[in-house]
Design a protein around this ligand. Structure first.
Ligand code: EPU
Length: 334
């Protein structure tokens, strides 16, 4: 375990903003974590940082940030059709996807190249190209910060919804995920290629590797590389609006793209709303949106967290004034 006081977080967030915290702990296993939790000086306003790919730091963090480093994958149960695996929270998400695709274990190939760590994946119920984490999630283990109790949570305990879960609500800052169990397929894979972007793929001769490669190709063409422009992927969630509001919008903007959700609600792409407000041509000195995907706010140079959040506010105000829709951040703002 490594403990650093007044540590920089610049290399630990993909927005590349210069921020710091009182204490930074790099922990390589659950025992380290328990040691921190039992230590009165270190256990102060704990925050667990995964890959730093869904977080915007706007000020110094007065407390302890823990960066989980352990990377391990265990096969728990393997049959002819299904396999269950347990992955440590500190495992890089894409490395886990590569491991599964190489072994021909199916279910997460559409989630290729999503940045971040496995431990963060249930928090916002990561999703892309027609698949969401909850589709393969079995359960997770973790520690309650107050009581130090080790707890297992089943899928229904986690209360998953679009880009949300119990970890963003009732258990926010109360529970540390230490490992996640996934149910994957070993044969009879259920390929999911319905998402419009995957229309280049055909059913015949399809395999996990082909899907994963196609998703990687699309993500590389649509989303900016954080090494070039600091970013956190989608900054906002796609808003879900009710029938009457949607009808009014559809009358005014007949071309509005939408996706009908199960009840009388419509999901509208935030990227379209932001594009329509002209943000591809608007930027602040250090902040803008990505040219191929305006839902992604990018750091054009040395933007501070505050500059980024102020630019995000400009986008929110514009979208609200133009469409009467309130965008909600997907990124965690600290
Ligand atoms: N669009 C525009 N202008 C653009 C780009 C897109 O108007 O310049 C409109 C188009 O109508 C397009 C629509 O936006 O059809 C949707 O775009 P896209 O398919 O790229 O997906 P998205 O809804 O913007 C979501 C996820 C992404 C995920 C993709 C693919 C959210 C908040 N974002 O984006 O996730 O990769 O679908 O499944 O749900 C992330 O969470 O960080 C992330 C990148």
């Amino acid at each position: 375990m490594i403990v650093n006081k007044n540590a920089s977080l610049k290399k630990l967030n993909t927005f590349n903003v210069d921020a710091s915290c009182d204490v930074l702990v790099e922990s390589s296993n659950t025992n380290d974590l328990l040691e921190v939790l039992k230590n009165k000086e270190l256990n102060n306003k704990l925050f667990i940082l995964g890959g730093g790919s869904n977080i915007l730091f706007t000020k110094h963090y007065e407390g302890t940030i823990i960066n989980l480093k352990e990377e391990s994958i265990k096969i728990l149960d393997e049959g002819p059709v299904k396999v269950q695996v347990e992955v440590s929270a500190g495992m890089n998400w894409h490395r886990f996807v590569e491991w599964a695709v190489d072994k021909d274990f199916g279910g997460i190939e559409n989630l290729s190249l999503i940045p971040g760590n496995v431990g963060a994946s249930p928090i916002q119920n990561i999703g892309a190209y027609g698949v969401e984490l909850e589709d393969v999630f079995d359960s997770c283990s973790g520690i309650m910060i107050d009581s130090l109790d080790k707890v297992n949570l089943s899928k229904s305990d986690c209360e998953f919804s679009y880009r949300s879960s119990i970890f963003k609500k009732k258990l926010k800052n109360k529970f540390i995920i230490t490992s996640v169990r996934f149910n994957l397929t070993k044969s009879n894979h259920l390929y999911n290629i319905d998402y419009p972007d995957l229309s280049n793929l055909s059913e015949s001769g399809l395999d996990l590797k082909k899907i994963s490669n196609e998703v990687i190709k699309i993500r590389n063409s649509k989303l900016p590389d954080p090494k070039q422009y600091g970013n956190c992927g989608s900054f906002f969630k796609n808003p879900i609006i009710g029938y009457s509001k949607f009808q009014k919008l559809k009358e005014k903007f007949t071309e509005i793209p939408f996706f009908k959700t199960d009840s009388n609600y419509f999901k509208v792409p935030a990227a379209w709303l932001i594009d329509k407000c002209g943000f591809k041509k608007i930027n602040d000195e250090n902040v803008g949106v990505y040219k191929n995907q305006p839902l992604v706010i990018i750091n054009l140079g040395n933007a501070s967290g505050n500059e980024i959040i102020n630019f995000a506010k400009r986008i929110k105000d514009s979208v609200f004034n133009e469409f009467d829709i309130e965008l909600e951040e997907e990124v965690i703002v600290m």
